[in-house]
Design a protein around this ligand. Structure first.
Ligand code: SF4
Length: 379
């Protein structure tokens, strides 16, 4: 049975310069029709893949908080109606600081949301403008204070580094500020210039000045050291949490477990098949209205792919990949399949091994993609 669901709300009021997520500008979109399609997809999914209980529900985007209060309530009612969950379920909403009103917080609370993931990115307001964000630092502070007042204690904030023009001092101040807000979870990602973004076009025209690679590594090392000294455990390559506040939903992905993906462009993994939904809103709505789902891709994951995924997803975690769990899942030892890769990466100082597990060294974290790629196409 599957116990995790990702729900996608693809609307944004502003488009950030670095963003390549599946999202659309909010104005003139068929939001109500979209929400009706999401309800139908939830209903049909539960009919086709029944489950008794959700351990995690994650609502991402786009920005779920782009919805009006009325739209938000329609959505929250749908989740409550179709997905079985209770107060023990980790129920997360992604939020933008300038859109998370007290009324929306109250609605979320009423319908069982208990975790917020807030897109902050940086506490340097000039840099915020440069990357196309429209919130301010005081909005972040206010929203976090209000969320806590309304009983949200499981709060995560996102920070970016390696931003054009960002100095080490800027990044240090952002981390300091994040820590001072006393949130139990921080995610921090390096900027990647993706095709079809404003930054990509600027870069092509030579108008975006990216930082040298050493700076990125320096920032990442600073991030790891500082958050460790502040009591945050680096439980995943880019995620840091106080004890007990790790994102259970994201651990579903890294532990290579199955989940539902509902909404335009969402990806799911059910009964050994990875599926992708149609991305464009109209296509998604039309498909769901007709068939109850909007899969445009279905890939049955082979045993070999599962084993490779177990390695390159699992190695993202601080604790790495557990040898006994690997053997239980595949009836073969990790050693019998990946001996060569593991030994080579150990020699290069990127992997470490003990009796129970294989995990990244500090250097391995800095060169994560290099490590992960060694486990692809091996079998
Ligand atoms: S980063 Fe988030 S808020 Fe910005 S455009 Fe992308 S999805 Fe929307």
């Amino acid at each position: 049975m599957i116990h995790a669901a990702y729900l996608h709300i693809p609307f944004c009021h502003h488009i950030c310069h670095y963003c390549d997520f599946n999202k659309v500008f909010f104005e003139n979109q068929p939001v109500e029709q979209y929400l009706a399609a999401v309800n139908k997809e939830m209903q049909k999914t539960m009919e086709n893949f029944p489950t008794d209980y959700f351990k995690t529900i994650f609502v991402g985007g786009g920005t779920p908080t782009a919805l009006t209060e009325e739209q938000l309530e329609v959505f929250l009612q749908g989740v409550k109606k179709y997905l079985p969950f209770d107060e023990e379920t980790e129920y997360t909403f992604e939020a933008n600081p300038n859109e998370l009103t007290v009324e929306k917080l109250q609605l979320m609370k009423k319908y069982g949301v208990n975790r917020l993931s807030i897109g902050v990115q940086t506490f340097n307001e000039e840099l915020l403008k440069k990357i196309g964000r429209v919130h301010t630092n005081s909005q972040v502070e206010q929203v976090i204070a209000q969320a806590k007042e309304h009983g949200f204690h499981n709060i995560s904030i996102d920070l970016m580094y390696n931003l054009p023009g960002q100095t080490m001092e800027d990044f240090k101040q952002s981390i300091e500020k994040a820590v001072s807000l006393n949130v139990p979870h921080i995610s921090s990602y390096s900027l990647i210039v993706e095709p079809k973004t404003v930054f990509y076009n600027l870069h092509r025209k030579g108008k975006l000045h990216l930082l040298p690679q050493e700076k990125e590594a320096e920032m990442y090392e600073y991030l790891m050291d500082t958050l460790a000294s502040e009591g945050y455990e680096q439980y995943e390559i880019s995620n840091f949490a106080k004890k007990g506040f790790e994102s259970k939903h994201n651990l579903t992905y890294w532990e290579n477990n199955e989940y539902f993906g509902i909404g335009a462009g969402a990806h799911g993994y059910m009964n050994e098949v990875r599926r992708a939904n149609a991305g464009p809103l109209k296509k998604y709505i039309h498909a769901v209205e007709e068939k109850g789902h909007a899969y445009i891709e279905e890939h049955k994951v082979t045993e070999a792919e599962k084993m490779e995924e177990e390695m390159f997803l699992g190695l993202r975690k601080g604790e790495g990949v557990n040898k006994a769990i690997f053997e239980t899942k595949f009836s073969r030892s990790m050693e019998s399949i990946f001996h060569e890769q593991i030994e080579d990466l150990k020699k290069r100082g990127l992997l470490e091994e003990d009796e129970q597990r294989v995990f990244l060294t500090r250097q391995g974290k800095l060169l994560g993609n290099e490590v992960f790629s060694q486990f692809i196409g091996v079998i």
